[in-house]
Design a protein around this ligand. Sequence first.
Ligand SMILES: Nc1ncnc2c1ncn2[C@@H]1O[C@H](COP(=O)(O)OP(=O)(O)O)[C@@H](O)[C@H]1O
Ligand SMILES: O=C(CO)[C@@H](O)[C@H](O)COP(=O)(O)O
Length: 490
Amino acid sequence: MFLGVDVGTGGTRAVLIDRADRLIASHAAEHAPIRSEHIGWAEQDPEDWWRAAREAITGAMAASGLAGNEIEAVGLTGQMHGCVMLDASGNVLRPALIWCDQRTQPECDWLTEKIGFERLIELTCNPALPNFTLTKLLWVRKHQPEIFSKIAHVLCPKDYVRYRMTGEFAMDMQEASGTLLLDVAHRRWSTEVAEAAGIPMQWLPRLFEGPEICARISEAGAGATGLAAGTPVAAGAGDQGAGAVGMGILAPGSVSATIGTSGVVFAATDSPAKDRLGRLHTFCHAAPGRWHVMGVTNGAGLSLRYFRDTFAIGMNYDELSALAATAPAGSDGLMWTPYLFGERTPHLDPNARAAFVGITASHTRAHFVRAVLEGVAFSLRDTFTLFEELHVPVKAIRLGGGGARGPLWRQIQADVYGQPVEILEAEEGGAFGAALLAGTGVGAWSNVEEACAATVRVASTVAPKDAATMNAAYKQYRRIYPALKEIAKA
Ligand SMILES: Nc1ncnc2c1ncn2[C@@H]1O[C@H](COP(=O)(O)OP(=O)(O)O)[C@@H](O)[C@H]1O
Ligand SMILES: O=C(CO)[C@@H](O)[C@H](O)COP(=O)(O)O
């Protein structure tokens, strides 16, 4: 039996699978809401992730009826990029600045000036973006020097949970790619970037490939979770990396579109394929010897959640989707740009703002919900447009995340991408991929490719129905950001 733990943004989820890929049990625990003291800020308390991880693991174990010593290995995944700062005794120094925190554009500008845009892409395959860990450290140095001076270790969210379970400081290559401190092409920390940024190398954890066993459950970790001391823990991957493993996105041509809080279009590559303008992320894959590119919409699933919580209080996602299905494809010209947290792909603009455009007195609430679903899909299509430009092959598209749960959003995605989309049997996301990495780490499968071949199955395919309408609407959507950009900045 293998345990996968996904330290997400909204909550932590634990899943238990056996060697035949049967889901034995799962349990989720919510996190406290994101703290946002100022517009664009986003912080979470690492102690809350550890509380939720304990709850999720003990809940899944209780539901399965298994004893701790029946778990052969643990794999970890989670929201990427968040900056957890620890002192020399391993104490958390301040709340973590998480992936969607947008405050660090000045630090991005400073770093880009210092290293040079092209050199930074040469060294790390990526540009400086406010989402990336390093820029968050630079903000703390400038604004909270008393905290910065006490830092002894820097980790990402799931790696902090690993530290609490095992006492080890470790990180996988895929996660490390999103720190902006990794030499992605050579799969090692970039001393040149660390030195230029003024970050001591000894703060950085040891690096491992996704399936490698990098630690074991400690006595304290065992006491807190019910797992057995000594249980092997695989390095795992960031949520997008582990999610791709769980969806079998390994070979060039296979692509996923995942709508969680964020939205990600992810393509596997067999070498580090860089975008010289930095609009796509180029990261190490969780499978050794592979890489991937991905485009990210910061506020994808978040758009629907925000709409529900602000304008449709008391309605659930299924009710909202059923309402949206009563409006026609194209929402009679009403459009939504999902830039609730600024935007990454393709605009790289933390000042971008969300907007409904084209409202008339004929539009009903149904049109508004449909426009939200369509606007998110348009935003993900922007990444497919970049893939075309950069000759990244797209042979088959698999859908993942909460956005793949309802039939309408699946259909809208097929229509907007203009291609059939595949729905998978297992819908356990990154936690499932993390469990596969753990199983691979202890030899249940000889490599990640074999693990995916044995466990990932397509359940159904959704063909496009209204591709022409949605193609015309996408052309209109592309005109909104350039038209509103200057207003949003003001
Ligand atoms: N039944 C559903 N129908 C349509 N969308 C859904 C449904 N359930 C969840 N979602 C969307 O998925 C998002 C959550 O996705 P999930 O993958 O569970 O989250 P995260 O990765 O952020 O923890 C929600 O914000 C919502 O937009
Ligand atoms: O920033 C990224 C990837 O670059 C996000 O994928 C975060 O890792 C959060 O994921 P979700 O909560 O949306 O699943």
